[in-house]
Write a protein that binds this ligand. Sequence first.
Ligand code: FMN
Length: 449
Amino acid sequence: RADSLRTWLQFLQDTNRLARIDKSVSPKFELVAVAKHLDGKKAALFTNVAGHQVSVVSGIASTRTMFAEACETTDQELIERFTRAVAHPEPCTLVSNDNAPVKENIIEQDDVDLTTILPIPTHHAEDSGPYITAGMFIVRDPQTRKQNVSIHRLQVSGKNKLGVLLLPRHTYHLFKQAEARQEPLECAIVIGTDPLTLLASQASTPFGVDELEIASALRGSPLPLVRCETVDIDIPANAEIVLEGRILPDVREPEGPFGEFPKYYGPKSDKEVVVIQAVTHRDNPIFHTIIPAGCEHQLLGGIPREASLYQTIRQTVPTVRGVHMTPGGTCRYHAVISIRKQQEGQAKNAILAAFANSFDIKHVVVVDEEVNIFDAEEVEWAIATRFQADRDLVVIHGAQGSKLDPSTADGFGSKMGLDCTVPLNSDPFRYLRIQIPGYQDVNLSDYGL
Ligand code: FMN
């Protein structure tokens, strides 16, 4: 089902969740506007992008259920499944070019012109131009030979030149090491893979873990890889499109502005530059674009964060029942946590653990286990009826948060936790939920409705 983008799209089509748009659309705004209307419902496959031969797909997994289906599990088991894969990566397998569809077409050197080869969309009104938003960025650590995989926004800065945002994590670290040696860092940018491989790329791992091995563990079989043509990097053999290139040392050029996950623009500034020397692609390739701040983007970040958050809280509060990075909080800033409280004070410990887990987390709500943390109305009801600000509020002043949150001073801001659990010593009747006997058994057609 999730062997490749194509098998996945076939699965979506078979289950009536693939919208095919044959009408001509402009890659500038129009394509994204249509896809945005389908966001959270159906994937959108555009077969007729004005000025291009290549099709574009967006929203390949825009619900939690779609990711669970790709992992062949349930919504409830998804976090557990992902956590297991992160803890136990499995090796990939290397195949020859003959067995790698991504090698069906090879374009090199002067023939590389990203602006004509690929239908790269422009997403939001103030974006600096077209951006590749679903490129899995693969680099190799020359010392350990382990690869690192992540997604980075890529501005089209010229026919073979991309501007890249490298926040200070693993890829950035490897680039800085190469730059200190006055060397470029080789990279491969993979566009058009199955949702499991994309999800694996977002795992929070210690430095040195290859996310493609997490993808193998998630699939339950070795992910087939093939060696690139011009760089020492292995890429998924079933990918649609791969760009081979290098990040240049000592070069920074303007990148941005760009509409980002908090639904505001990241500003223009000088960033690292990638030069592309080769493109390989399948016959009739499909270009994947992720709508920034859309459901797909939010869930790709949210699900791995939930897995990591759950582990951290479990160390402090073993009776944690569930965690949810909510879409309204961009799946990064707001965490709702449910616990089975056994000792007074545990909810506050859960709040502190959540802040320790990720600097992005800004507001935390802790509820009792019978509150459905995936139902925003239930969570608000718990805040409304179980929370007292003088007793249950935790505020931490002057901490580091997300730099993309415009209400902070370059990330410097406050954190807030709300303990919405029922006090252990309270009269049980006081917090007994009202209930209509027989409600679940009513079949309205029995009443002529
Ligand atoms: N991280 C960045 O540093 N820069 C980006 O432009 C960027 N864009 C992203 C776009 C999407 C659609 C998604 C899902 C994530 C993006 N991320 C970006 C987050 C990283 O890919 C993610 O944190 C990854 O786990 C980092 O991996 P690493 O620690 O192995 O380098």
